[in-house]
Design a protein around this ligand. Structure first.
Ligand code: XLS
Ligand code: MG
Length: 405
């Protein structure tokens, strides 16, 4: 084992969480068998406790709490007790609880978007049960990842109806949260494809659009947890823009983090691991450092399939923590660097440099806007706009990341 830089680990560990399914992952893929030993939920919780990770997220199917597998919902009680005891003993709290809406063959043509109302009822009931379970475990969030709600053949489901069905289910879930007085909030996780050819809730923008379809009182209860670099990266989209949009919209519930080469399958590499993660990961850290200092970062990725040793999971946890510590340190130092500050100057300012407030006096604002006499000349003059110095900044980013700034 290469010694980990514990100062980096310690600087971020308090804000982190791990998806339990990621620690249970034994490395099997559609083309190959497992390479790591089979683990139970308790093994994963104990490992996190041992390493000092304060949070874990539970996926019902991975912790023996899938109501579609158990004989009835009452059969969940003893298992809840066992898990709570292990969590308590390990000093780990549940951050998020998520119902599996994608594994059972019944939802092969969608869960809440299925054309079959019986399937939609089953999915909704599982979603509401997840809210109960989250409350029971003291979790802060329930994530809905509708991985089977999508299509290979669009003739089957009317896409307008599909989104209306999501909104119907979400409205009921929100009403249930209010009725129960739950502290839990709902988070939507977007992903463009895999396991379906095209998943409806494909991107951060789609998730926000769906939230926009809800009544105002419901909108406040729902956020988005993007999975970066993986989910936007799979579609070749810009991860920094995705997180910026969520922060600007006040909808970043928490972050799922991992490594991904753009336009590949869902690699779920550990953070910073892989052939092309460096710059995009830096920009995510920059957004978090600048605008979301309290955002919980949950690693939703798994050890590479090359890692088959007994210590693969422990190494995986440490690799992620160290990499996050490193990138947060890099982001904070970059923001403070005099050359960067000099170039960026007032770059973050808003508005239009006009004294009149357009919200209070639009006429005065428009008058000032139109008063500039050199408008026509400026249109034809490249030098009329300040040189943004993008290339110089990129050099500074490179020098900084590669240790020469
Ligand atoms: C899948 C998602 C999934 C959710 C939880 O790609 O990342 O793991 O986070 O169901
Ligand atoms: Mg995820």
């Amino acid at each position: 084992m290469v010694a980990y830089k514990m100062d980096l680990v310690k600087s971020v560990i308090g804000r982190t969480s791990f998806g339990i399914w990621d620690l249970l992952n034994a490395g099997a893929d559609p083309f190959g068998a497992a390479v790591r030993a089979k683990w139970e939920a308790e093994d994963a919780i104990r490992l996190l406790g041992k390493l000092g990770v304060p949070r874990v997220s539970l996926h019902d199917i991975d912790v023996g709490l899938d109501p579609w597998v158990l004989p009835n919902e009452g059969a969940m009680r003893p298992r809840v007790g066992e898990l709570k005891a292990c969590l308590k003993e390990s000093g780990v709290r549940v951050w998020m609880y998520t119902p599996c809406l994608f594994h059972n063959p019944l939802v092969r043509a969608g869960s809440v978007t299925s054309n079959d109302a019986r399937v939609r009822r089953m999915a909704l009931r599982k979603m509401l049960l997840a809210l109960d379970m989250a409350e029971e475990f003291g979790a802060s969030w329930v994530t809905f990842w509708w991985g089977r709600d999508g299509a290979e053949v669009d003739a089957l489901i009317d896409s307008r109806v599909a989104f209306e069905r999501f909104a119907d289910a979400l409205r009921i879930a929100c009403a249930y949260v209010r009725k129960r007085g739950c502290k839990v909030r709902i988070s939507i996780e977007p992903k463009p494809n895999e396991p379906r050819g095209d998943i409806y809730t494909a991107t951060v923008g789609t998730a926000l659009g769906l939230i926009g379809m809800l009544p105002a009182e419901d909108r406040d209860l729902v956020g988005v947890n993007p999975e970066l670099l993986q989910h936007e990266g799979m579609a070749g989209l810009n991860c920094y823009h995705a997180i910026g949009l969520l922060i600007a919209a006040g909808k970043l519930s928490f972050l799922h983090l991992g490594g991904q080469t753009p336009l590949r399958y869902d690699q779920d590499h550990p953070f910073l691991v892989g052939n092309s993660c460096l710059k995009s990961s830096f920009y995510i850290a920059l957004a978090v450092a600048k605008h979301a200092p309290d955002c919980v970062v949950e690693f939703d990725c798994h050890p590479l399939r090359t890692e088959a040793g007994d210590d693969a999971r422990e190494e995986f946890v440490m690799v992620n923590l160290e990499a996050l510590g490193l990138m947060m340190e890099k982001a904070q130092a970059f923001l403070k660097h005099p050359q960067v500050k000099e170039i960026l100057g007032e770059a973050d300012s808003r508005g239009f440099g006009i004294a009149a407030d357009p919200d209070k006096n639009l006429d005065a604002f428009l008058k000032e806007l139109r008063a500039e006499t050199d408008y026509a000349e400026r249109v034809n003059s490249v030098s009329a706009a300040a040189n943004p110095r993008a290339q110089a900044l990129d050099r500074l980013v490179n020098m900084h990341l590669l240790g020469r700034l």
